[in-house]
Design a protein around this ligand. Sequence first.
Ligand SMILES: CC(C)(COP(=O)(O)OP(=O)(O)OC[C@H]1O[C@@H](n2cnc3c(N)ncnc32)[C@H](O)[C@@H]1O)[C@@H](O)C(=O)NCCC(=O)NCCS
Ligand SMILES: Nc1ncnc2c1ncn2[C@@H]1O[C@H](COP(=O)(O)OP(=O)(O)OP(=O)(O)O)[C@@H](O)[C@H]1O
Length: 197
Amino acid sequence: MIVLGLTGSIGMGKSTVGAMFAEEGVPLFDADAVVHRLQGPEGALVAEVEAHFPGTTGSGGVNRTALAEAVLGEPAQLRRLEALVHPAVAQEKEAFLAAHAEAPLVVLDIPLLFEKGGWRSVDKIVVVSAPAEIQRVRVLARPGMTEERLDAILALQTPDAEKRARADFVIETGGSFDETRTQVRAIIACLTRPSVG
Ligand SMILES: CC(C)(COP(=O)(O)OP(=O)(O)OC[C@H]1O[C@@H](n2cnc3c(N)ncnc32)[C@H](O)[C@@H]1O)[C@@H](O)C(=O)NCCC(=O)NCCS
Ligand SMILES: Nc1ncnc2c1ncn2[C@@H]1O[C@H](COP(=O)(O)OP(=O)(O)OP(=O)(O)O)[C@@H](O)[C@H]1O
């Protein structure tokens, strides 16, 4: 099995590209979706988040806007949150890999692949990328997003140029969805082609 790590900075198109791999039949592990589930209604992390960050949860689970306010720009608080969340995500990732042990190729969509050392345990890395102006426009269109919040998040993330330099494959998402899908298909073909000889 080839384990392909999928990453990229905020708004570069990870989720969109991950969905395209899944549509092509490649098993997809979505770390963000796992975090959402664990922080959602009845989620396994809600009680612990409330204990560490009082007032950030309610009947719908974690209020992510409130939690973001508590941790963004507060490095010690963010570390506490990561210490709660990341071990739970790692456990789900191992279960996913075990469940798909027979697959020729799987994709792990991990936003913090470079930041947190996950790059060491994947076979190949694909980075999604687009020009910085396009990234900003996309992210600022999201409800509740501000310039300050975007800059706080970007400051936590490995710069796009470094991500690109460390990638085995770069998918440019600044063009059309069809152009993105063509790049996804080319990577799958490259990684699953029967070796010659
Ligand atoms: C801070 C939280 C509450 C903000 O939630 P919200 O829904 O508003 O934003 P979202 O999750 O879509 O994240 C927005 C951007 O911030 C990035 N980001 C999130 N957490 C982190 C982090 N710990 N370090 C750097 N970037 C981060 C995401 O990759 C994304 O690009 C949430 O991201 C969270 O609980 N983060 C801690 C868990 C974590 O590290 N998740 C990311 C990888 S699994
Ligand atoms: N060619 C393209 N390929 C991918 N995404 C595109 C393209 N054109 C426009 N977009 C848009 O760019 C946005 C990318 O958002 P997406 O949620 O996929 O990014 P992300 O990297 O997962 O973000 P985050 O780090 O915040 O989780 C989406 O709104 C998508 O519709």
